[in-house]
Design a protein around this ligand. Structure first.
Ligand code: TXA
Ligand code: MG
Length: 325
């Protein structure tokens, strides 16, 4: 595995690997992606293998913009309005597969829909342009583990399973893209993420929220039913207003309880964008020997707080043995 700075030469090398059906980890504004040629079944199979994904969850195909997207999906007016506002950026649209779409069937788990997004990160864009094809990319970590927001996280998690990692530094958004399903009568939020519900609704009006999402109350009542995901090896305790001496504290805001073994603050000023950008890296820093449990202060359930709380609830649903779903 090679970890390299993104230069014209290394991006060209990465693009050639992709065209040869090999995998490349690359930065996006949300998290690092483990990319493969989205039109190549074997490359997509290699992604699942490298991640150790138990089932074939469908993957997002990354493109430069709506003109390219129209070759792979049946575009519509709602997609047009959303893309005008959010692309390139952290919004994934689920649309019907277009007739003759070359996107791998494995990439969509055999569904007749395709998840597609145009990332804003210049290195991601350069790579897609140089490869001259859509890139299927899940987060570049082993299945169920914490998503990588730095190149070193990718190296730690995937090691020799990925031949090349383009190091673009820390990801600015820090949580994955918002996934919005546009195939039904009402646009439906499948995963909260970097594009906020409020901003989406300002463009297209009220949207529905998938039942499958761990919303506050039901999640607290039955954490065991949540898909364990983004899981540190240590147990996670949410909504902490006090902290124990054996705990590592993930704090938020200016008023922090004292007494933790180790404390990181997602955002001392209480800024949700800063908190999202720090979330996965600080969870990793707290997930270490000597710490019995990770306590997390409450995060407001607005704006990017939806995505942050979704990831935290999934982290808390883990059984703390380090086994991943
Ligand atoms: O920010 C991101 O979205 C990152 C970067 C690398 O782009 N990617 C990412 O991919 O988070 P992944 O594979 O970890 O998550 C893809 C999400 C999953 O929740 C999956 O179920 C959903 O998108 N998805 C993919 N295709 C779908 C489809 N056809 N219908 C419904 N959901 C789909
Ligand atoms: Mg992931």
């Amino acid at each position: 595995m090679k970890l390299v700075a993104p230069t014209a030469q290394s991006v060209a090398e990465a693009a050639q690997l992709l065209r040869d059906g090999r995998l490349v980890a690359f930065p996006t504004e949300t998290v690092y992606g483990l990319g493969g040629d989205a039109t190549n079944e074997r490359a997509v199979a290699a992604i699942f293998e490298a991640k150790g994904r138990p089932e074939f969850n469908p993957l997002i195909s990354h493109v430069l913009g709506s003109n390219e997207a129209k070759r792979f999906v049946r575009w519509n007016d709602t997609a047009d309005r959303l893309a005008a506002r959010f692309w390139p950026g952290p919004l994934t649209l689920v649309l019907p597969r277009s007739e003759g779409s070359p996107i791998s069937l494995l990439a969509t788990s055999g569904l007749d829909t395709v998840a597609i997004r145009a990332p804003s990160h210049p290195i991601a864009q350069a790579l897609i342009r140089a490869a001259d094809r859509p890139i299927a990319a899940p987060s570049a970590n082993r299945s169920g583990a914490i998503s990588p927001t730095r190149a070193e996280h990718v190296a730690e998690s995937l090691g020799e399973r990925v031949p090349l990692i383009l190091d673009g530094g820390p990801c600015l958004v820090g949580v994955e893209s918002t996934v919005l399903d546009l195939t039904g009568p009402t646009p439906t939020l499948l995963r909260p993420g970097g594009a906020t519900r409020e901003a989406i609704e300002a463009v297209i009006g009220p949207i529905a929220v998938s039942d499958a999402l761990p919303s506050g109350d039901s999640a607290r009542k039955s954490p065991g039913q949540l898909e364990s995901h983004y899981a540190p090896a240590r147990p996670v305790r949410l909504g902490a207003s006090t902290v124990g001496a054996d705990e590592g504290l993930l704090a938020f805001g200016p008023t922090v309880p004292q007494g933790a073994m180790l404390t990181y603050n997602l955002s001392p000023s209480g800024d949700l964008a800063e908190a999202a950008a720090n979330l996965f890296a600080q969870m990793r820093l707290l997930d270490r020997p000597g710490i019995g449990r990770i306590a997390v202060m409450p995060i407001p359930e607005t704006g990017l707080g939806l995505a942050i709380n979704d990831r935290l609830r999934r982290a808390a649903a883990g059984d703390g043995t380090g086994r991943r779903g």
